[in-house]
Design a protein around this ligand. Structure first.
Ligand code: SAH
Ligand code: SF4
Ligand code: F3S
Length: 465
């Protein structure tokens, strides 16, 4: 009684409870991981980057391709060993599978992996505190699409927490997808398209800006289909939202991802001309350059229509950097179809792009199509495509050498005396400079290309971009 130390339970003796969150997949999962940590903070959980230290391990998973989905099971193997080791030392570990695999597989995960205590889908993670408590006594699955809006009940992170996450932040503004491309699981894992109310988004961004955030990337599976309501009940499109975000004091840069060609409306294209805060970068997945394949994918546009959109965007913002996603080896893809894709890449001249081998996903229409393309063909095609994309990327970077641009300083550089930041075109730069502080936007001359990032030198003259 007299001695406090004897009174303290094991938990307290070990300090605050720790949560480790590992994210796979897209940027929305990175954002969700932060919000999960925020949801658990009022419960006394602090974040740790070391899985071995964690009382609560959350794997925030991705279901987009088979490889991504399988990663969770190999990771759970590691987690099982860790849980046993911690148990031997008298420490309990709770294991959560969240994200898109959780949504897609639900209770299957409990069957396949004994170590898992809780499965929670992307629409229920605001309930984590109660679910984690419940999962202490029994295994729990929550893959509901609840009526309440998770964003409206998630707690705001502390300013220090925001600052520790960096000066560039993600904010989900739209979630889900109604497009139903025949290869894709997202409409099933994330549900129908929902846009957040404008006031809630602006409130979140104001909070971030007050903590020092300078750049926001607005996220949505179909972000350019955004149609949020403002305070007066009027519908605001993404272009309109940008204007309001640009007016938030402190926010100097706006980015957005991912867009669908069908939703590139005039207002959004005009924003690229009119809003200096909107960075000259557009990620616009096209998937294929063949009309036949585009139709089979249910993309609902042709290659020429895509090229016309690119022309319109380029005439609004001459120096815009373009990026895309490609799938090779979609069922029925012939050499001629693939050549159309290669031709489209050459025609556009992307600053960067992602390409993937088609992966049949359970429950999607394309998985049941005949004419699945053999693995070797997929491999040959992806190598050729990636080389072409890499050449394009090198060409784009080479053209920027010698230019003076505004760079947002994000973190210390690789070597002493260097800082790391991003150009308006999302190029990673290593800059010779010791004066600038993280969060500053400084003028930098791009001096040389490198393998992962480019090199730059701080200059005083006017920026050209
Ligand atoms: N919502 C975004 C991104 C979806 S997932 C969009 O609509 O563009 C990111 C990328 O993964 C897609 O653009 C596509 O290129 C790729 N992808 C999706 N499903 C796939 C599958 N079954 N096999 C291979 N790649 C896939
Ligand atoms: Fe998937 Fe197509 Fe929706 Fe993108 S637009 S998330 S690829 S269904
Ligand atoms: Fe993956 Fe889900 Fe994102 S499937 S790509 S984590 S929306």
């Amino acid at each position: 009684m007299q001695d406090g130390r004897i009174e303290r339970g094991d938990d307290e003796a070990r300090g605050p409870k720790k949560v480790f969150v590992k994210s796979y997949g897209c940027q929305m999962n990175v954002y969700d991981a932060q919000r999960m940590a925020d949801a658990l903070a009022p419960e006394g959980y602090v974040e740790t980057a070391v899985m071995e230290d964690a009382d609560l391990v959350v794997l925030n998973t991705c279901h987009i391709r088979e490889k991504a989905a399988e990663k969770v099971y190999s990771e759970l193997g590691r987690v099982r060993v860790l849980k046993q080791e911690r148990a031997a030392q008298g420490a309990e570990t709770q294991v959560v599978v969240a994200g898109c695999v959780a949504q897609a597989e639900g209770a299957e995960i409990l069957k396949r992996a004994q170590v898992v205590d809780l499965v929670v889908g992307p629409q229920s993670y605001h309930r984590l505190p109660e679910l984690v408590r419940e999962a202490r006594t029994k295994r729990v699955v929550d893959t509901e699409f609840p009526v309440e809006d998770k964003f409206s009940v998630l707690p705001r992170p502390e300013k220090d927490k925001v600052r520790s996450r960096g000066v560039s932040a993600f904010v989900t503004v739209q979630e889900g997808c109604d497009k139903f491309c025949t290869f894709c699981v997202v409409p099933y894992t994330r549900g129908a398209e929902v846009s957040r109310p404008v006031a809630a988004i602006l409130d979140e961004i104001r909070g971030l800006a007050e903590a020092g955030v300078r750049e926001v990337s607005l996220l949505g599976q179909n972000v350019n289909a955004f149609h949020g309501e403002d305070e007066k009940g009027r519908t605001v499109t993404l272009g309109g939202l940008f204007e309001r975000v640009a007016a938030v004091p402190g926010i100097a840069r706006i980015r957005y991802t991912t867009s669908h060609p069908r939703d590139m409306d005039e207002e959004l294209i005009a924003a690229h001309r009119d809003l200096p805060q909107l960075m000259p970068y557009l990620h616009l997945p096209v998937q294929s350059g063949s009309d036949r394949i585009l139709e089979a994918m249910n993309r609902r546009h042709t290659a020429v229509e895509y090229l016309r959109i690119i022309e319109r965007v380029r005439s609004a913002r001459l120096d815009i950097a373009l990026s895309s996603d490609f799938i090779v080896g979609f069922p029925g893809e012939t050499d001629a179809d693939f050549r159309d894709t290669m031709r489209l890449v050459e025609t556009v001249g992307f600053a960067s792009a992602f390409s993937f081998k088609y992966s049949p996903r359970p429950g999607t229409p394309a998985a049941d199509l005949g004419e699945q393309v053999p693995e070797e063909t997929k491999s040959e095609r992806i190598h050729a495509l990636q080389e072409l994309i890499l050449n394009g990327q090198r060409a784009f970077n080479a053209v920027t050498v010698g230019k003076t641009v505004d760079v947002l300083i994000e973190k210390p550089g690789r070597h002493p005396g260097q800082l790391a930041g991003k150009s308006p075109w999302l190029q990673a730069l290593q800059i010779e400079d010791t004066e600038a502080r993280i969060g500053d936007i400084v003028k930098v001359e791009i001096t040389a290309p490198g393998s992962n990032s480019l090199f730059g030198r701080r200059v005083e003259e006017q920026a050209s971009a």
